[in-house]
Design a protein around this ligand. Structure first.
Ligand code: ZN
Length: 239
């Protein structure tokens, strides 16, 4: 009995030592992360970052924004961005966006510039896969997005979004407008030049921080197109 108690006591003290060692390690890790977090969080918050497409994201993209039947970019040619933006609630947010890896650094620079200016608001920035890869649904939700391997609106050619080199921003305040239609329909109140002269924190205007930031990286704005205007659309090629 006594021998058992001694053995138990020894075991308890070993366990206590292990526990206290683990606790010390955890405390050290916590202290380190406390020291690092504000700086890292601040950096991520204001600059954003790019990373390879994670496995779960890639799986979620299949049949939505990515199709084996179309000539879509390879996974390694794409990057998942974390992007800082000011919301319509005037608060900082972190959105997700997929673009071509080759343009990820310049796209991050554009959104960091827009964010730091404090002059423009973005409604929401989720991957289009959250809307089943359906551009109409994403536009109706006023969602800002980039990569979507699909045909152009009303056509068969692959859109510039298919290559991750085009970005749509706040589609309701910045609709796609032809003589016949406005998409999304909720964007009708922001479709003509008189309506677009009225300032709104998420409406893109010539010479504002958004058009200037994209112009700096050589991207073109669909708001300068001829008869058809795509006010939400910026692309590297100008298409
Ligand atoms: Zn577009």
């Amino acid at each position: 009995m006594q021998a058992e108690s001694i053995a138990l006591a020894a075991q308890e003290s070993r366990l206590a030592a292990v526990a206290s060692h683990r606790l010390a390690v955890l405390r050290a890790m916590a202290a380190q992360s406390m020291r690092q977090t504000p700086r890292v969080a601040e950096e991520c918050l204001t600059k954003g970052y790019a990373k390879p497409i994670p496995e779960d994201t890639w799986r979620h993209m299949q049949g939505k924004s990515w199709h084996a039947s179309l000539n879509c970019p390879r996974r390694e040619e794409l990057a998942l961005l974390r992007v800082p933006y000011l919301g319509y609630d005037d608060r900082p947010h972190s959105g997700q966006m997929i673009v071509a890896r080759s343009v990820s650094a310049e796209v991050l620079r554009v959104f960091a510039e827009i964010y730091r200016s404090g002059q423009f608001r973005i409604k929401t920035m989720q991957l289009i896969d959250e809307f089943g890869g359906d551009d109409a649904k994403s536009m109706a939700a006023n969602n800002t997005s980039a990569f979507n391997c699909r045909a152009i609106t009303g056509g068969v050619q692959l859109s510039e979004h298919s290559f991750g080199k085009a970005i749509d921003i706040n589609p309701i305040q910045n609709p796609f407008v032809t003589r016949m239609i406005t998409m999304p329909t909720a964007g009708s109140q922001f479709s003509n030049s008189t309506q677009r002269a009225v300032s709104h924190p998420g409406l893109i205007q010539e010479g504002d921080v958004v058009t200037k930031a994209f112009a700096r990286i050589g991207w073109k704005w669909g708001g300068t197109w001829g008869s058809t205007k795509d006010y939400q659309h910026f692309s590297q090629s100008g298409r």
